[in-house]
Design a protein around this ligand. Structure first.
Ligand code: MN
Length: 731
C-alpha cells in the first residue's frame, strides 16, 4: 500500500531513531483486525488509522505514538483485547491506546462557554501522558478532513465540538498547524455563508494578491539573501478562521484587515532575528504600536516570534513574522515538538542543549534535566487541583470541589433533583449517596415523584459545599416547620440537661423568650425551628446561654458576672447614641470604645474585650493584641462577639491611620493633603519623616466612615506621583 510506505518515509525523515519494523507489525495487526470494515467514504477502514499515523509522523512524533495511532481503534471496534496489544507491543503502546479509547468515550456536548472550558480542563487533567491528547487531535483532524461523507447534522455537531473543544486544546498546546486546519474545516460547516463569502473575496483579488506577495517577497530576497547562512522567506494569506474572527467577531470590514497577508522570515539565531527586523523596518514603514516581541516574552503556549506590521509603497499593510527555525518548529507543533528533541533528531548545527532552550525559558527552571512532566505541568498550571469534573448522563459537565459527594452533585444540577433524590449510579453502578465523586465519572441521579419526599438531615454532615448545605437547610426550613420545632426543642433540652441548666416551667419560658430576643426573632417557635433546621447553631450559642443562665439564676458572684455588671453599670451612664455602631452579642447597651491599637472601622471584622471599668473595647479581629490573648485561658471569657449594627449612623466618624511610603520629592505632602481635601476627608494628625536617599515615610490620621471609604482613599493616594505604597497602620 502506498500510504504505508509514505508513513515509513516520513517517520524516517523526522525521527532518526524510529523503529520501522514495529510500525509495520502494528499496521499488519490493525489491517487484519479492521478487515472488512468500511469508512463512510467507502474506503477500507484501515485508511483512517494510517492517515492519523502519517499526521503524527509528519509532526515528528515517536514510534510509540505512531504504533498507538495505527492501533487506536482496534480495541474499541474489533474483538482484539488490550492485553494482546500489551503482549505484542509493550506497556507504553497499550497505555496510549487505552488512553485514546477512554477519551473517545467521554460524551462531549459543549453548549455553553464555561462548559467547553471545563471539558478542556478535564481532558488535559485526565490524560496523564500528553501524547494521548496529541494522538486524539490527529484522529480528530483526519475525521474532520473526511467529514464531507457524514450526515449534515453530524457535520455540524462534530464541527461545533471541534471548534469549542479540540481547536482550543491544540491552541493551548501550541500546535498551530492542527489548530488552524481544525478551525477552518469547522467554520465551513458552522457558518457556510460567511465561509463562502470570505473565499469569494479572497478569490476575486487572487491574481493581484499573488502579484503583491511575489513583489514583497522579491524585496525581501534582494535585501536579505546572502547575509545569512540559512534563510527562508515565505508569504501566505492567513487562515480563513482568523480572517473570519476579524470580520465577524471584531466587526471590521474586509478592507480594514491589516494582516490578511503574512510574510514569514526564518533564520538560525535570535541575533539574526533582530537584524532582520532592523532591515525590514528600513525597507518598509512600520505601523506604530504593532510591534510585538514574543522572543523575549514567549506566549504561554511556548510560541516565540517577532511580529511587526508594515506598509509597502502602495500603503497595503502586511504582517511580518521573524523567528528562528527552531522557534518555527515549536510554533507549528508546540508541545509535540518536544518528542522530536527527546529522541535526538538534529537539524542544523545547534546542539540539543540549545534546542531545548525554549523549554528552559518557559519553565525558568534549574539546570537539571527537563522532562515532559514539567511541560505538561506548565500547561496544567491553570487547572485547579482541588476541582473535579463529572458528567450528567446527557454529557453536561459539572465542576465540584475535591471531596464532593453524590449529594453535592445532585444539588448542583438542580435543587429539586437533590430534594427528590432516592439513589444514584456512577458509571452505571448503584452507589451509596455519601460516595465521593471523581473526575470523568458519569453520574445518574434517581429521583422520585412523591410530593412529600425530601432530603435527610444526615446529609448536612456529608456534603462538601456550603451551597448544598444551605439548600438542604432551606428545604427543612420551608417544608418541615413542625418537625423543626420539635427537633430544635429536643436538641435544646438535651444540651440544657448536659450543661445542668435546670429551671422550673415558668422560669424556663422566661429564659427561652429572652434567648429568642437575643437572636432577634419574633417568636419562640421561630427560635426552635431555626435550631431544628440548623439556621442557628446550638453549639455556637451555647456558651452565651450558659453565661446568661449563670448571671440570671445563680447567686455565686463569679468573676464573669462581676465584669458584666461593671459593663452594664457603665453602659447605663452612657448616652445610647454613641454606641449605636457596634452590637455586643449578649450585652445590650453596654459601653464600648474603639481601641487605639487598630482603630476598627465599619466593615472590619471586630471582637470586643470586657475591660475593668471601661466597658467593652472593640478591636479588629486581625489586631495583634487580639491574637495572643484569645488563647490565654484566664482572659478567654472576657472576649465577646461583636458586630457592626446594620445601619451605622451616617454622621459618625471613625479615626483611621495610614502609612504612606513615597519618593523624597518636594510638594508630595501638599499633593497628598490636597487629594484628601478633595475627597472631603478631615485630617487629624500628620507626621512626615524624610530620610534622604531613602524616601519619605508619612503617617496620617483622618476621619472616615467605613472600610469601603478607606479602600477608595488608599487607591486615590497610590495614584499620586511619587507615592510608592499606602498601608493601613497597624501597631
Ligand atoms: Mn479514530
Amino acid at each position: 500500500m502506498d500510504r504505508i510506505d509514505e508513513l515509513i518515509r516520513s517517520m524516517k525523515q523526522n525521527d532518526a531513531q524510529c523503529d520501522a519494523d514495529k510500525v509495520r507489525a502494528a499496521f499488519e495487526m490493525a489491517d487484519s483486525a479492521h478487515e472488512g470494515q468500511m469508512r463512510k467514504s467507502g474506503e477500507p477502514y484501515i485508511m483512517h488509522p494510517v492517515e492519523v499515523a502519517i499526521i503524527l509522523a509528519d509532526m515528528g512524533m515517536d514510534t510509540e505514538s505512531i504504533v498507538a495511532a495505527l492501533l487506536h481503534d482496534v480495541v474499541e471496534d474489533t474483538d482484539i483485547p488490550l492485553e494482546d496489544l500489551r503482549r505484542q507491543f509493550g506497556d507504553e503502546t497499550a497505555h496510549l491506546v487505552d488512553g485514546v479509547t477512554k477519551l473517545s468515550k467521554i460524551p462531549f456536548s459543549s453548549r455553553e462557554e464555561h462548559q467547553a472550558e471545563n471539558v478542556r480542563k478535564m481532558l488535559i487533567a485526565m490524560a496523564k501522558d500528553v501524547r494521548v491528547i496529541i494522538i486524539k487531535l490527529a484522529d480528530r483532524l483526519h475525521n474532520m478532513r473526511t467529514i464531507e461523507h457524514v450526515s449534515e447534522q453530524k457535520q455540524r455537531d462534530k464541527s461545533l465540538e471541534t471548534m469549542e473543544v479540540y481547536a482550543p486544546i491544540a491552541h493551548r498546546m501550541g500546535i498551530r498547524a492542527i489548530k488552524e486546519e481544525l478551525e477552518d474545516i469547522s467554520l465551513r460547516y458552522l457558518d457556510p455563508i460567511a465561509y463562502q463569502e470570505i473565499s469569494a473575496r479572497l478569490q476575486t483579488g487572487k491574481e493581484e494578491r499573488e502579484k503583491f506577495l511575489s513583489q514583497i517577497l522579491r524585496k525581501f530576497q534582494e535585501r536579505l539573501q546572502g547575509h545569512y547562512n540559512n534563510l527562508a522567506i515565505e508569504g501566505r494569506v492567513k487562515s480563513m478562521y482568523s480572517i473570519y474572527r476579524k470580520l465577524y467577531v471584531q466587526g471590521r470590514s474586509f478592507d480594514e484587515i491589516f494582516d490578511v497577508y503574512a510574510i514569514r522570515v526564518l533564520v538560525d539565531t535570535v541575533n539574526e532575528c533582530y537584524n532582520v527586523l532592523g532591515e525590514v523596518h528600513d525597507i518598509f514603514r512600520p505601523i506604530p504600536n504593532r510591534f510585538k516581541d514574543y522572543i523575549s516574552t514567549p506566549k504561554a503556549n511556548m510560541y516565540q516570534s517577532l511580529h511587526t506590521t508594515v506598509f509597502d509603497k502602495s500603503a497595503t499593510p502586511f504582517e511580518v513574522q521573524i523567528r528562528t527555525f527552531d522557534m518555527h518548529h515549536t510554533a507549528e507543533y508546540g508541545i509535540a515538538a518536544h518528542w522530536k528533541y527527546k529522541v535526538g533528531v538534529r537539524q542544523g548545527k545547534d546542539s540539543l542543549e540549545e534546542k531545548i532552550a525554549w523549554v528552559r525559558q518557559l519553565l525558568e527552571s534549574q539546570k537539571d534535566s527537563v522532562d515532559a512532566g514539567d511541560i505538561i505541568g506548565s500547561i496544567k498550571s491553570d487547572l485547579t487541583a482541588d476541582e473535579v469534573y463529572v458528567f450528567t448522563p446527557k454529557g453536561d459537565v459539572i465542576s465540584l470541589p475535591l471531596g464532593a459527594s453524590i449529594i453535592d452533585f445532585a444539588y448542583a444540577i438542580h435543587t429539586e433533583v437533590g430534594n427528590r433524590m432516592i439513589g444514584a449510579k456512577i458509571d452505571g453502578r448503584m452507589v451509596s449517596l455519601d460516595t465521593q465523586v471523581h473526575t470523568g465519572q458519569i453520574i445518574n441521579i434517581i429521583t422520585t415523584s412523591a410530593k412529600d419526599h425530601g432530603p435527610s438531615r444526615d446529609w448536612i454532615n456529608i456534603v462538601k459545599t456550603s451551597s448544598t448545605r444551605s439548600k438542604i437547610r432551606a428545604w427543612f426550613k420551608k417544608e418541615r416547620r413542625d418537625e423543626n420545632i420539635a427537633q430544635g426543642k429536643a436538641e435544646l433540652e438535651k444540651e440544657f440537661r448536659r450543661n445542668n441548666i435546670l429551671l422550673d416551667d415558668k422560669e424556663m419560658e422566661a429564659f427561652l423568650i429572652r434567648l429568642t430576643k437575643n437572636q432577634r426573632l419574633n417568636s419562640l417557635d421561630e427560635f426552635l425551628a431555626a435550631l431544628g433546621y440548623g439556621g442557628i447553631s446550638l453549639s455556637k450559642i451555647m456558651p452565651r446561654i450558659k453565661e446568661q443562665y449563670q448571671k440570671l439564676y445563680k447567686d455565686t458572684e463569679s468573676e464573669e458576672k462581676r465584669l458584666q455588671k461593671q459593663v452594664e453599670k457603665a453602659a447605663a451612664q452612657k448616652p445610647k447614641a454613641a454606641t449605636s455602631a457596634v452590637i455586643v452579642e449578649g450585652l445590650e447597651n453596654c459601653l464600648t470604645k474603639y481601641s487605639k491599637c487598630c482603630n476598627p472601622l465599619p466593615g472590619d471584622h471586630i471582637i470586643g474585650f470586657i475591660t475593668r471599668g471601661h466597658g467593652v473595647s472593640i478591636h479588629t479581629q486581625s489586631c495583634s493584641n487580639v491574637v495572643g490573648p484569645m488563647f490565654d485561658s484566664e482572659q478567654a471569657d472576657r472576649w465577646v462577639e461583636c458586630r457592626w449594627a446594620d445601619v451605622v449612623e451616617r454622621e459618625e466618624m471613625f479615626k483611621s491611620t495610614v502609612d504612606i511610603y513615597g519618593k523624597d520629592r518636594p510638594g508630595l505632602l501638599v499633593d497628598i493633603s490636597i487629594a484628601l481635601n478633595n475627597m472631603h476627608v478631615p485630617i487629624y494628625a500628620l507626621t512626615a519623616k524624610e530620610q534622604p536617599g531613602e524616601g519619605t515615610a508619612i503617617q496620617i490620621t483622618f476621619g472616615i466612615r467605613n472600610t469601603e471609604q478607606l479602600t477608595h482613599i488608599t487607591r486615590s493616594l497610590r495614584k499620586i506621583a511619587g507615592v510608592d505604597g499606602v498601608e493601613r497602620a497597624m501597631q
